[in-house]
Ligand binder design. Structure first.
Ligand SMILES: [Zn+2]
Length: 245
């Protein structure tokens, strides 16, 4: 997959990186990444993946843009209220980088459709805000052996863990039973911004096969204390999702 002169110039500052070069940029161009949910996490992750030149991005979200989204969902403006998130996000990202392909899917992710939605993807970014769809994505990624970069945020705290099927714990190993959840929870907008940027970084490393991934570790970011903690996490041999891998 060759790069044009314009692409070489657009990505010049990352192509210069050690462990990167033109070959890495070609790998990004050949990659397909699913951003599952374009809310606080997904908008910022998609922005960086678009800027980095991931060749194909798939954005999935069934929701429309509300005023209370705008403290953190940075692809949207006040004029976008009421419009579908996936479509507005795709349009905005195309204006940032017309060299890549962006597909918008307006649907709710479920156990039934998750395998089809993730098909052919190199990485899945977890931008979900509920446990049901997160479990559905986790399970589909385990079955189809697709890396899944999990993140969650609440109030001043963010969490991140990369799931490589069969090579570390999956989401169900760590959270076997869904905790109680409530919509409209409090959230400082910069927290998903911070965590989603780390998700995009993990996705790029996965595609390129460089660096050390956040597997078998849960990152906890406490914004008020400005602290990053690492908790070692292990596979559950009884995990209903990944025990057979
Ligand atoms: Zn598991």
């Amino acid at each position: 997959m060759a790069l044009t002169e314009r692409e070489l110039e657009r990505y010049n500052r990352q192509i210069k990186l050690p462990n990167f070069g033109v070959e890495a940029q070609k790998k990004l161009k050949a990659a397909k990444i699913l951003v599952a949910g374009v809310g606080g996490l997904g908008t910022a992750a998609a922005l960086y993946l678009t800027a980095a030149g991931v060749g194909k991005l798939v954005l999935v979200d069934k929701e429309t843009i509300e005023l209370s989204n705008l403290n953190r969902q940075i692809l949207y403006t006040t004029e976008d209220l009421g419009k579908p998130k996936a479509k507005v996000a795709a349009d905005r990202l195309r204006s940032l980088n017309p060299e890549i392909s962006i597909e918008a899917i307006i649907v709710e992710i479920s156990e039934e459709n998750a395998p089809d939605i993730i098909k052919g993807c190199n990485v899945v970014i977890d931008g979900q805000d509920n446990y049901r769809t997160r479990y559905a994505l986790n399970d589909a990624c385990i079955t189809h052996r697709i890396p899944f970069v999990h993140a969650s945020v609440h109030a001043y705290e963010g969490r991140l863990m990369t799931i490589l099927p069969g090579k570390g714990p999956c989401y169900r190993c760590i959270v076997p039973v869904p905790p109680p959840e409530a919509g409209g929870f409090p959230i400082l907008g910069t927290v998903p911004g911070t965590i989603s940027t780390l998700q995009a970084t993990e996705a790029i490393k996965i595609v390129l096969g460089i660096g050390k991934l956040y597997v078998g570790r849960m990152l906890i970011y406490e914004a008020l204390e400005m602290m990053f903690y690492e908790i070692k996490v292990e596979r559950n041999p009884e995990c209903p999702s990944c025990r057979l891998l």
